[in-house]
Design a protein. Structure first.
Length: 96
């Protein structure tokens, strides 16, 4: 399976929904990807990891994340792009 940045973004945006409302069939399909996603997030640089967790897992807005972490909008944008690339690479490597 190819882990594109778009697929990673889908998993991140739907993380909480998948965790809480997945039926049995969806669970089988997504749980393995979610486990790989969590492992990849844990291996990110601590600052990038915090931004990803705040926005996607904790549901903070970009404004809230900026205030909490004392960072700019462009810093979040760069960290998000970096995280998507790194997560995709790490998940791909784990599969292959």
């Amino acid at each position: 399976m190819e882990f594109t940045e778009e697929y990673i973004l889908f998993l991140l945006k739907n993380y909480n929904l998948i965790q809480s409302k997945a039926n049995r069939q969806q669970t089988r399909i997504f749980k393995k990807s979610i486990r790989r996603l969590e492992k990849a997030i844990d291996s990110l640089d601590e600052n990038v990891k915090q931004i990803v967790e705040d926005i996607y897992l904790n549901g903070l807005t970009w404004q809230e994340t900026m205030a909490k972490n004392y960072i700019s909008h462009s810093t979040i944008s760069r960290a998000r792009k970096k995280a998507l690339r790194e997560i995709a690479k790490k998940m791909e490597k784990e599969c292959g």
